[in-house]
Every structure is written in structure tokens, then in C-alpha cells.
Design a protein around this ligand. Structure first.
Ligand code: PEP
Length: 256
């Protein structure tokens, strides 16, 4: 099974939660529970928690990620952080194109593509988010939307660079709503994304790309989702903020 070729990645997206002191407490709880995980374990924390997260996770199997980066190396971009700045803090991953950024911060496929390129050039691994809105699913255009996003967001990204790209399929209607896609709905779109990647990069490259599901994944629904052939992990918001829940997701990915 091609699934066995890919190491699952469980990534927490803390969003705008946890002060540095609170992060220290949560990371202290996560380190022992992540110790035996055989999946890749990532926590994507707010910028203000990066230093403490990098420091506390050094020598553990928890990797640290940020939740966005700018596409310029430096300059007059008040409030922004460059990919290079992230890299120098010791961060390994960055989420790009999360639907909350697309929805609330005018992120477009063009800027997502530029941020993705900058992150890869700086040596970061990218968790690239794509997914349809509820109205788009209801209109029967999920595949069209997801294909357009995937192709546009990966413009000029080479097959070699795809080794450092994870795609997170996140149906917007399932994020933070408690409404999870069924195992079949999630698998269908993740398999479709893999087919889009195969068209663009060839089957061998596509088979190596980790595709996560994200959207209200929790300890109760994780095992079913993670057992699917084309779902190689999860991008997790709410359930990543409690060590007990995140531990259950790590063990679902480890045993799955
Ligand atoms: C997310 O933030 O990417 C996410 C999937 O959130 P939640 O798990 O809370 O739906």
C-alpha cells in the first residue's frame, strides 16, 4: 500500500491561543506523551511562543511550526514576519494559506503561492491548506475549487521542492465547527488532491506527498479518518490545545 511509504504527520494549529507561559505548561505536558509517537509531531504556535517552543522541544521529537510568513525577505511590511526570520528561530514548519487567513486577512492564491515559495526557499517545510466552503460543496464544485487552489498555490514549485510540502485538506465548513467530514468525504477529496498532484508532478512524486485532513478532528473521529488510504495525518486546531486530546491523536496516528 502506498500509504506505508508516507510517515503520518500530526500537526497542532494553536491559532491565536496561549501566552508564552501557557505554552510552556502545555509543551511540558506534550513532551512525555509525544515521546513514543511514530508519526511526525508538530506544534504550530503563535509567533510570541516560537522561542519558548523551540527551546523546550530541543532534543525531543516535537517539531515547531509557525502559522504564516511573509514572502519578502525584509522591508517595510509592518506587522509581518519573513520566512528567513522564522528559519533563524529554529522553526521547521510553517502553515500557509489557512482558510482563516484567506477569510479574514485577504489571503489569495497568489499570495499563498508567493508565501509558499519564500518559505521553501528559506528551508522551511510548508503545510499548505486548501479546502472548499460549504456553499461550494453544496453547489457540487468541491473538486473544481480544490484543484484550482492546489494548482495555483503550487505554481512554480518543483517536484524536488514537493518533498517539503504537506497538503492539508481542510473543508472550511468543518473547521472549528464540530462538523467533521465523514471518513469517505475526506478520503474522496484527499485522493482527488493526490490525483491532481500526479497530473502535475507524476505518480511517484504524488505518492510521496503527505496529505492531511483538517476540520474538527478529535480523539473520537481520528482513527477512522487516519485509516484511509490517502489521509496521512491531521492538522488540528481545537483538539491540539489539550495535551490529553493531542496525545490521543498521536496514538491514533501511531497505531493506524
Ligand atoms: C485548523 O485550525 O486547521 C482546524 C482544523 O481547526 P479545528 O480542528 O478546530 O477544526
Amino acid at each position: 500500500m502506498n500509504k506505508n511509504l508516507r510517515k503520518p504527520v500530526i500537526a497542532g494549529n494553536w491559532k491565536m491561543n496561549k501566552t508564552a507561559a501557557e505554552a510552556e505548561t502545555l509543551i511540558g505536558e506534550l513532551i512525555p506523551v509525544a515521546k513514543d509517537a511514530t508519526c511526525e509531531t508538530v506544534i504550530c504556535v503563535p509567533y510570541t511562543d516560537l522561542a519558548v517552543a523551540v527551546k523546550l522541544t530541543a532534543g525531543t521529537n516535537i517539531k515547531v511550526g509557525a502559522q504564516n510568513c511573509h514572502f519578502k525577505k525584509s522591508g517595510a511590511f509592518t506587522g509581518e514576519i519573513s520566512a528567513e526570520m522564522l528559519k533563524t528561530t529554529g522553526v521547521e514548519y510553517v502553515i500557509i494559506g489557512h482558510s482563516e487567513r484567506r477569510q479574514y486577512f485577504a489571503e489569495t492564491d497568489l499570495t499563498v503561492n508567493r508565501r509558499t515559495k519564500a518559505a521553501l526557499e528559506a528551508g522551511l517545510k510548508v503545510i499548505l491548506c486548501v479546502g472548499e466552503m460549504l456553499s461550494e460543496r453544496e453547489d457540487g464544485i468541491t473538486e473544481t475549487v480544490v484543484k484550482l487552489q492546489t494548482i495555483a498555490d503550487l505554481t512554480d514549485i518543483t517536484a524536488e521542492q514537493m518533498k517539503n510540502v504537506i497538503i492539508a485538506y481542510e473543508p472550511v465548513w468543518a473547521i472549528g465547527t464540530g462538523k467533521v467530514a465523514t471518513d469517505e468525504q475526506a478520503e474522496e477529496v484527499c485522493a482527488f488532491i493526490r490525483a491532481v498532484l500526479a497530473e502535475k508532478y507524476g505518480k511517484a512524486v504524488a505518492d510521496g506527498v503527505v496529505i492531511q485532513y483538517g476540520g474538527s478532528m478529535n480523539p473520537k473521529n481520528a482513527a477512522g479518518l487516519l485509516a484511509k488510504e490517502n489521509i496521512d495525518g491531521g492538522l488540528i486546531g481545537g483538539a491540539s490545545l489539550k495535551a490529553e486530546d493531542f496525545a490521543a491523536l498521536l496514538s491514533a496516528a501511531t497505531n493506524g
